[in-house]
Design a protein around this ligand. Structure first.
Ligand SMILES: *[C@@H]1O[C@H](CO)[C@@H](O)[C@H](O)[C@H]1NC(C)=O
Ligand SMILES: *[C@@H]1O[C@H](CO)[C@@H](O)[C@H](O)[C@H]1NC(C)=O
Ligand SMILES: *[C@@H]1O[C@H](CO)[C@@H](O)[C@H](O)[C@H]1NC(C)=O
Ligand SMILES: *[C@@H]1O[C@H](CO)[C@@H](O)[C@H](O)[C@H]1NC(C)=O
Ligand SMILES: *[C@@H]1O[C@H](CO)[C@@H](O)[C@H](O)[C@H]1NC(C)=O
Ligand SMILES: *[C@@H]1O[C@H](CO)[C@@H](O)[C@H](O)[C@H]1NC(C)=O
Ligand SMILES: *[C@@H]1O[C@H](CO)[C@@H](O)[C@H](O)[C@H]1NC(C)=O
Ligand SMILES: *[C@H]1O[C@H](CO)[C@@H](O)[C@H](O)[C@H]1NC(C)=O
Length: 484
């Protein structure tokens, strides 16, 4: 069952140890809690206490040589069927399995932020065995509702897959569903894709609630288990959608205090994840959905780029230094400039991998060639652009599939996992979230490498695979049909 994840065995055994340490740590929590309580309480809310609590706890933990934090981060991905990689290639946990496990773990509540739903083949008039994992997921959600776990779904007001009955099915089993009219509110869509389970576990990534995201589309995400500080912080973003999904809601000029975040770019969450010192925070877009203290998604992306000294590897579906949905389009070179600046100003190696598929707008190519042309190795400027093509093979009957939909960036310092295409609208009007995470390298102990190293390995796998094609490659047809 865990065939997709070579390191699962190691992690599972590690958990027992962590569990024991957590019990030992409980005494320490209590002590620290009182220590924090006697210091003057900060002006704001609960989370502040929590974070302070964790920080001093961490300090104590270090002194006592204890690993008391049970947060755990796992990368999860979907690979389209029939996309073979060389034997021994790195891979992440299977997303389909990770989602099913999260549902099994749930005891009280599941909050899902989603763009649209389409978990069954008949939703889009397709009869193909690759829709099974999506159908199983939908059944599992009904079972979860049957055991009294509450399920709240925030979804976009306008969305593709109008024929899908998934949400009606879940409503009939007791789920709560709110449609967020982002079009009226900000002129965008609700494009976020994340789960918060029991206020303790989270999933964030590129996958839609669509069966094709499990078997036909390339996706990347992260799951963080047992981490109430981060989960409750992401829950605040879920709550922004939830209140905006109520009838006649408007975006408040100032969000109420309890929506403010105390975990951000300037003060990331710090904890030990399986023994690795980890910093992490969530960003959000658009700015109107960023209450006080929440880092804007664009600022998160720029900060990660600025932090890089060695390399910036980016994998996105779309890359346009313009707006996409405003007419006429506006030039918007913010991210393009930042990449060039890193390459020229700091000698950072930039690799950009963009998806190319049946529906790729060919006006993307001049922008990609322009960025590639900036490269000048003799002057120490290193920029490389490739397109990733998922061979359609015998899956041509499945619409809008066979594409790499991942959206992430990795540098030698940090991993960024997001939900936005790289063009202006995704940062200014569409709602999305990003996770920025950094782990310190382990001190020679066995176990999984830091998350940014795991993500680098996945990027390198794709970058050096035969599916990644240089812009001048003779294998690149104008229509992005893979020529082998
Ligand atoms: C969360 O932590 C508890 C106690 O340490 C452990 O038993 C449980 O397996 C962890 N859950 C996950 C999903 O890692
Ligand atoms: C959605 O349903 C309508 C009416 O039943 C049908 O005409 C249309 O083809 C369906 N669309 C898809 C994508 O299945
Ligand atoms: C779906 O396809 C299978 C075999 O490919 C066939 O047995 C089944 O009848 C089909 N179902 C529908 C509803 O067309
Ligand atoms: C679910 O909750 C209802 C009402 O609170 C209760 O009657 C029922 O027994 C519960 N079912 C389970 C499986 O816990
Ligand atoms: C803040 O408080 C209001 C009123 O009690 C509540 O409706 C809302 O859900 C809370 N928001 C968050 C993020 O907890
Ligand atoms: C589709 O192609 C894959 C390999 O490319 C092959 O293994 C599989 O049997 C094919 N399926 C069908 C139904 O032709
Ligand atoms: C990103 O861009 C592609 C291509 O323009 C589009 O199909 C897709 O819906 C956009 N959004 C996301 C979330 O990928
Ligand atoms: C596709 O996703 C993988 C991660 O699973 C990533 O390494 C690759 O760069 C992505 N390619 C594109 C074109 O987005």
């Amino acid at each position: 069952m865990y065939a997709a994840c070579g390191s699962t065995q190691v992690i599972m055994t590690g958990q027992k140890v962590l569990g024991l340490l957590a019990i030992l740590g409980l005494g320490l929590v209590t002590v620290t809690y009182f220590l924090v309580r006697v210091s003057p309480p900060p002006a704001c809310c609960q989370l502040y206490h929590k974070e302070e609590n964790l920080r001093s706890w961490e300090a104590l933990g270090r002194e006592a040589q204890l690993q008391r934090d049970s947060c755990r981060l796992v990368l999860a991905e979907s690979l389209p069927k029939d996309l073979p990689y060389a034997a021994g290639s790195p891979s992440a946990q299977s997303l389909a399995l990770a989602w099913l496990q999260l549902l099994d773990t749930a005891q009280e509540s599941i909050h899902v932020a989603s763009y649209y739903w389409s978990l069954t083949g008949p939703d889009i008039g397709v009869n193909d065995s690759s829709s099974r994992p999506g159908e199983i997921l939908l059944q599992k959600m009904q079972q979860v509702l049957a055991r009294n776990v509450s399920l709240a779904v925030a979804t976009s007001g306008s969305a593709p897959a109008r024929n899908s009955t998934d949400l009606q099915v879940l409503l009939a089993h007791g789920a709560q569903v709110r449609h967020v009219p982002m079009k009226q509110l900000t002129g965008g869509v609700l494009h976020s894709k994340f789960w918060v389970v029991d206020g303790q576990h989270v999933y964030v990534g590129s996958a839609n609630m669509d069966w094709r995201s499990l078997t036909q589309v390339k996706e990347l995400g992260a799951i963080i288990y047992n981490c109430s500080s981060l989960a409750q912080d992401l829950e605040k973003t879920f709550q922004t959608y939830w209140v905006l999904g109520a009838p006649h809601a408007i975006i408040p000029k100032t969000w109420p205090r309890n929506f403010s975040s105390h975990i951000n770019r300037f003060r990331p969450f710090r904890g030990l994840f399986g023994g690795l010192l980890t910093t992490a925070y969530f960003s959000a877009s658009p700015p109107a959905l960023c209450p006080r203290g929440r880092t804007r998604d664009l600022d998160a992306v720029l900060a990660v780029m600025k932090g890089a000294q060695d390399f910036i590897y980016v994998s996105v579906m779309d890359y346009f230094p313009t707006t996409r949905f405003s007419h006429p389009a506006r030039y918007w070179p913010v991210l393009d400039n930042a990449l060039r600046e890193a390459a020229l100003g700091r000698g950072v190696h930039v690799h950009l991998l963009v998806s190319c598929w049946l529906h790729t707008d060919p006006t993307i190519f001049p922008y990609l060639r322009s960025l590639q042309a900036f490269s000048n190795p003799t002057a120490g400027i290193s920029v490389d652009v490739k397109v990733f093509i998922v061979p359609v093979g015998n899956h041509s009957s499945i619409p809008f599939s066979r594409v790499n939909h991942s959206k992430y960036m990795v540098t030698e310092r940090a991993a960024y996992i997001g939900t936005s295409n790289w063009s202006e609208d995704y940062f200014s009007s569409t709602s999305g979230v990003g996770l920025v995470v950094h782990q310190q390298a382990p001190r020679a102990q066995p176990g999984p490498p830091p998350v940014q190293e795991q993500l680098r390995q996945l990027f390198e796998r794709d970058w050096s695979s035969s599916y990644a094609v240089g812009l001048d490659g003779h294998t690149l047809g104008q229509d992005c049909v893979w020529q082998g």
